[in-house]
Each structure stands twice: as structure tokens, then as C-alpha cells.
Design a protein. Structure first.
Lengths: 112, 108
């Protein structure tokens, strides 16, 4: 049963455009994450939030900005996309003190 | 930072054979998760095992914390086990580092 929802599933855009991805979890978790999975399938953490607060900000370009309105939502905006941003963006959540992360289905971005 | 090495990179088995997947990591981990990613891309947690041995169904994970290694044993493999198995040690709850994965293909 899906409990981490991501929209859109796919997005095709051109270089220089702005895109936004949404993530919502209905598990009541405090912590949410954004990961990027590239064409080689390597999964890398981008951001971690705990109760709307940014905790981890890996070395991602400044054109990436996460946004959290409440602990159930974590969105990702990319200003002026570039070809290397083509990837699958995965959102995940985890409860306080819990071991397991729950992943959304991902948003596949293609930059032409 | 945390480095994660998984081996083998890929593995082909006949249905019914067992698989042994290895994960080595460079820094002490407070938690270690094994994930399965289907060919369609969805990612699910299989096991959380920071130390010792843990079983679920046909899966057995053994983590030796001091040696910074973990293994995942899949017994009696099935074609539906095909996919990518990812190891992910935590240095803390907010920064999970993933290995490159082992790509398993089980032939009928």
C-alpha cells in the first residue's frame, strides 16, 4: 500500500526551464528525504528534513531548492534545469527512532 | 564520508539456487538497511540489521559491525527475486548512503 506519494510521475522539459516536484507522506513520519538516482542507478541523498527543518544539504547545485510546508510534505524545485538533471528523483520518509525508510515511486525527469 | 562497496556487481542464477550478496562500508554505522529495487524502479526495504543475524522469509542478513560488513543471503531464488539489491548504512538518521547495488537475474 503506497504511503509516500510523488507527483508528477514523469516530466519532460527543456534546458533553462523551472520544474517542481511534490512529495507527500501519510505515515505521520517526522523525517523526509530527497534522493537522486542517475542513469547508472546510483542513489544519492540530496536533502533531509526533520519536522520542516533542513538537516542535511548535500553538495547539490544552488538551482535545487527543497520546500517543506509541514512535516508531511517535502517539495523540490529546480530553477533553470540542465541536461545532467535528467534522473529519477525519489522521496522517502522515516519515523522518529524507526529503522525503515519508505520510498515513493519517484519522478522521472528528462531535460532536452 | 561513508563509502559503500557491494559485491558482486551482478549475479545470474538458475531458479532454486542460493545467492550471497556482500556489503562493505568504511565508517561505523548505527543502522544498516537492505533494499530491493524492482526492474520497474520501486524501492522497498527488506531488512534493517545493524548487527547480528536477522531472518525474514527466504532472506537472512548477517552484519558484523566491528568489521563493517553485512551480507544478504537469498535462499531458493525465484524469478521474481530479479532486480537490484542495495545496501545502505546510516551514519545518522538523516544521511543514508547507498551502495551501487548488486543486480540479480534469476533464470527460469
Amino acid at each position: 500500500e503506497t504511503a509516500v506519494f510523488q507527483t508528477p510521475n514523469y516530466h519532460v522539459t527543456q534546458v533553462g526551464n523551472e520544474v517542481s516536484f511534490n512529495c507527500k507522506q501519510t505515515l505521520g513520519h517526522d523525517t523526509m528525504y530527497w534522493y537522486k538516482q542517475d542513469s547508472k542507478k546510483l542513489l544519492k541523498i540530496m536533502f533531509s528534513y526533520n519536522n520542516k527543518q533542513l538537516i542535511v544539504n548535500e553538495t547539490v547545485p544552488r538551482r535545487f531548492s527543497p520546500q517543506s510546508s509541514d512535516k508531511a510534505h517535502l517539495n523540490l524545485r529546480i530553477k533553470s534545469v540542465e541536461p545532467e538533471d535528467s534522473a529519477v528523483y525519489l522521496c522517502a520518509s522515516r519515523g522518529q527512532g524507526q529503522d525503515t525508510q519508505y520510498f515513493g515511486p519517484g519522478t522521472r525527469l528528462l531535460v532536452l | 564520508g561513508q563509502q559503500v562497496q557491494q559485491s558482486p556487481a551482478s549475479l545470474v542464477l538458475q531458479e532454486g539456487e542460493n545467492a550471497e550478496l556482500q556489503c562493505n562500508f568504511s565508517s561505523t554505522a548505527t543502522q544498516l538497511q537492505w533494499f530491493y529495487q524492482s526492474p520497474g524502479g520501486s524501492l522497498v526495504s527488506l531488512l534493517s540489521n545493524p548487527s547480528g543475524t536477522k531472518h525474514t522469509g527466504r532472506l537472512t542478513s548477517t552484519t558484523v559491525t566491528k568489521e563493517r560488513r553485512s551480507s544478504l543471503h537469498i535462499s531458493s531464488s525465484q524469478t521474481t527475486d530479479s532486480g537490484t539489491y542495495l545496501c545502505a548504512p546510516d551514519t545518522n538518521a538523516y544521511k543514508v548512503i547507498f551502495g551501487k547495488g548488486t543486480h540479480l537475474h534469476v533464470l527460469p
